[in-house]
Ligand binder design. Sequence first.
Ligand SMILES: [Zn+2]
Length: 373
Amino acid sequence: VLPLIFGAVAVIALFVPASAHSEEEVRIALAAGRSRVSIEGTKLALFDGEGGVRLAFASAIATLDVRPEEPGVRVDGRGLDRSGAIRAKKLVIEGPDGVRVDGRLYLGRISVEREASGKLIVINRLPIETYLLGIVGSEMSPSWPIESLKAQAVAARTYALQRRMMMRAANRPYDLESTVLSQVYQGAERIRPSVVDAVASTRGEILAFRHQLAEALFHSTCGGQTVSAREAFGTEVPYLAPKKCGFCTGSDRYRWEVSLTLDELGKRLKNAGLGSGKLTALAKRRDGIDLTFGKKKQSVSPKKLRAAVGYTVILSERFDTQAKGQKVIFRGSGFGHGVGMCQWGARGQADRGLGHEEILRHYYSGAEVKRAY
Ligand SMILES: [Zn+2]
């Protein structure tokens, strides 16, 4: 996950009195900019999101075809207790066994409305603990040891609560996206008993620093040492300091190597708006990467280079380069930004018998695990 705010507005009284806080609801944007959405489910109930009036009900399976139509949406359904098109400013759908949106199953409520652009936006609303059931198994394999899944649950809960607070303060229609931009969310598709256990046994636990929600950043593999928030994002965060991690050697991205031709690299850089003309050399220096285009030289940061070449090609910003004829060999360590919890490291620590609080304290040193509800 990427950083949010680094403590800019995160002032909430989470802990006094703890009993006054109950579980929060989160809003996940599943799709935006769509001109059509297909919805399916059993015993679905359709409501008008504005007035709460029930528009239709299905006693068995129903399929809905939703499209934008001024000023809201139009639904053509099969299996409903009324015929003809249904129109609503904002449509809310619920079902006792969840709702399928474009084939994928989600728990909680689904709302569909028309954006200012004239396209549809689909939002899933559900209690945060239910949301976490869909996150933990997407961010980590459900087969990983339970203490690493619990550490992931606490980090993901902290991140979601912080996003929720920030997005509501900014008056946004949703709190989180469903992609790697926030947290990978695949609805109810990957809920497994181990994940349910990890979420339930850490219910309400969050990571706090000086009575505020911490920035619980995490990444796949640090490659031996985590990176400070200052180095990765330019902001000093006391508990996001570099930490030794000898626990992620099990990751096949602990060390990696990729070889690219200067032509390929030149093309990718050009597509990203970097440099001009033919790339004739690329070399890592102490404080950046030198790009040579014939007689012209340009320097870029590892971050910019990774973004330009591709996040899944150059797996981290922690690499060296070696020129070999028309090729450049990149040798690097780790996968991801390297800040906060190393997921493969959490797995390694859990394998060695450490508990989730110890794992979290290792990667977010100075932050504490607390109960928000
Ligand atoms: Zn690590």
